[in-house]
Design a protein around this ligand. Structure first.
Ligand SMILES: [Zn+2]
Length: 174
């Protein structure tokens, strides 16, 4: 644990600094870095106050079952993403990140909801385009009567594009 390198955001300073735990602990004890400074590790996607890391400010406890022996392991909220040892089977576990899991579920639910719209969009394009082509082939286009089908192509196109950009955005975000 003590050899971990933290990224530290000190209030009033522009660029975050990289510091090993031991050095960080000394700087905090000497009052060179305030407890309000924010810290994170490379594999963590959230920041937390230095005072919480040093145990001077309360941090939420986190209970989770060991994947191997199902023993409930007690950890800290700020240790999400960190490896810990199971007290029962001595196996090495990673403290789960409930927010990352929730975000993942939200993405999957949104994707499941978006897919019918994708197919509805594709269907609208096919019907709209098919009707337009049919009207040209039979040369019986009666004025604006087919505008509704052009509209369908357009709406369908936007539905597909919306889904596409959403999909790409998600892939970029991960
Ligand atoms: Zn275990």
């Amino acid at each position: 644990m003590s050899s971990l390198t933290y990224t530290v955001r000190i209030p009033g300073q522009q660029a975050p600094a990289q510091m090993e735990f031991a050095k960080l602990k000394n700087a905090y004890a000497d009052g060179n870095i305030p407890g309000t400074a924010l810290v994170t590790l490379e594999h963590q996607d959230f920041w937390y106050p230095l005072a919480e890391l040093m145990g001077d400010a309360p941090t939420k406890p986190l209970l989770f079952p060991c994947g191997a022996c199902k023993q409930m392991v007690k950890s800290r909220w700020i240790d999400r993403g960190n490896p810990v040892k199971c007290p029962k089977c001595q196996g090495t576990l990673t403290v789960p990140n409930p927010e990352a899991t929730r975000a993942q579920i939200a993405v999957e639910q949104k994707q499941a909801k978006a897919t019918p719209f994708l197919w509805l969009g594709v269907g609208m394009i096919l019907i709209g385009a098919g009707t337009t082509i049919f009207s040209y082939l039979h040369a019986r286009s009666e004025g604006g009567g087919y505008a509704i089908f052009y509209g369908m192509v357009l709406v369908g196109f936007f539905m597909v594009m919306d889904h596409w950009f959403d999909f790409r955005g998600k892939r970029k975000g991960r």
